[in-house]
Ligand binder design. Structure first.
Ligand code: X90
Length: 278
């Protein structure tokens, strides 16, 4: 019995150690050019192309065929998608699941709507791998991962909402703070999987104090932390130091966002996923 874990590319994972894993890319379109968010994508090139481009840019979720291909005839497939509140990715994965089960009625496919993206998706994917590697049965894994999702959170700091606004992914209310120079939006993924603003911050110090406060409120006690950044390693490290000092956090992963998250979080953006206490 072959088990596979599949996530869309907003999880920023291209491979996963010791796990049969596949990433299914979303696509960023800039004029005539499609940037497919796979292992071959040059993120710096995409970011530079975007910066130089004046016109409208868009993104697209994976096709049903792309999901089916990634399921790769496995007997058990765990799928993790970006929030259904902002993307058609979850729907396309669910349609793929139906078709897959028609062709392969004995297979089992569970699609997790992360109601989030980036580092929180990564935590979910890693937890799925851990549960499966323990030899846990399908139904138990599904139940455990639902429980796990209740104690993972996503926070973010964004320097620009331009691409989110252009693509209608934030409400007018959130968008109204856009364009104030030097202001960072500190926010979280809401329970509905949409963008929720928590504070407008004038500098990174303010972001960090808001983050520490929110982590306490969320019942964070030093669990796993993942920080994805768009060309902003110093800030990611500053966040890591502050969280470590405050909570004694041991496991911190810092890495660069891949294509989809780099497009929406934009240059300077940082996404923080964390595991709160049980
Ligand atoms: O084309 C598509 O289907 C993709 C649309 C994705 C839209 C949102 C991506 C957000 C990326 C930005 C900051 C974090 C917001 C989290 C809210 C759940 C990252």
């Amino acid at each position: 019995m072959r088990v596979r874990i599949v996530a869309d590319s907003s999880a920023d994972l291209l491979e996963l150690d010791g796990v049969d894993f596949a990433s299914v890319p979303l696509t960023v379109t800039v004029g005539e050019r499609d940037f497919v968010d796979d292992a071959a994508l040059d993120v710096d090139d995409m970011v530079a192309t975007l910066a130089a481009y004046q016109g409208r840019t868009t993104t697209a979720c994976p096709s049903i065929e792309a999901w089916l291909q990634a399921f790769d005839n496995a007997d058990v497939v765990y799928v993790v998608t970006i929030t259904s509140g902002l993307s058609g990715t979850y729907n396309s994965a669910m349609t793929a699941r139906e078709l897959y089960l028609q062709q392969k009625p004995d297979a089992k496919v569970y699609v997790v709507d992360s109601l989030s993206t980036g580092p929180e998706m990564r935590l979910i994917v890693e937890k799925l791998a851990e549960l499966n590697n323990q030899g846990m049965e399908f139904e138990d894994v599904c139940r455990e991962i639902r429980a796990y999702q209740k104690r993972t959170r996503l926070f973010f700091s964004l320097e620009s909402l331009h691409n989110l606004v252009q693509n209608g992914r934030v409400s007018k209310l959130v968008a109204s703070v856009v364009g104030v120079l030097g202001i960072r939006i500190f926010g979280t993924a809401s329970e509905q999987g949409t963008l929720e603003t928590l504070a407008k911050c004038r500098n990174t110090r303010k972001v960090i104090s808001n983050l520490l406060e929110q982590l306490k409120k969320a019942g964070y006690k030093g669990g796993k932390l993942c920080i994805a950044h768009v060309g902003n390693l110093p800030f990611a490290e500053e966040i890591s130091r502050a969280v470590r000092e405050t909570f004694g956090t041991v496991s911190v992963a810092i890495y660069r966002s891949r294509g989809l998250c780099s497009y929406y979080a934009e240059t300077g953006g940082v996404l923080i996923g964390c595991e709160c206490a049980e």
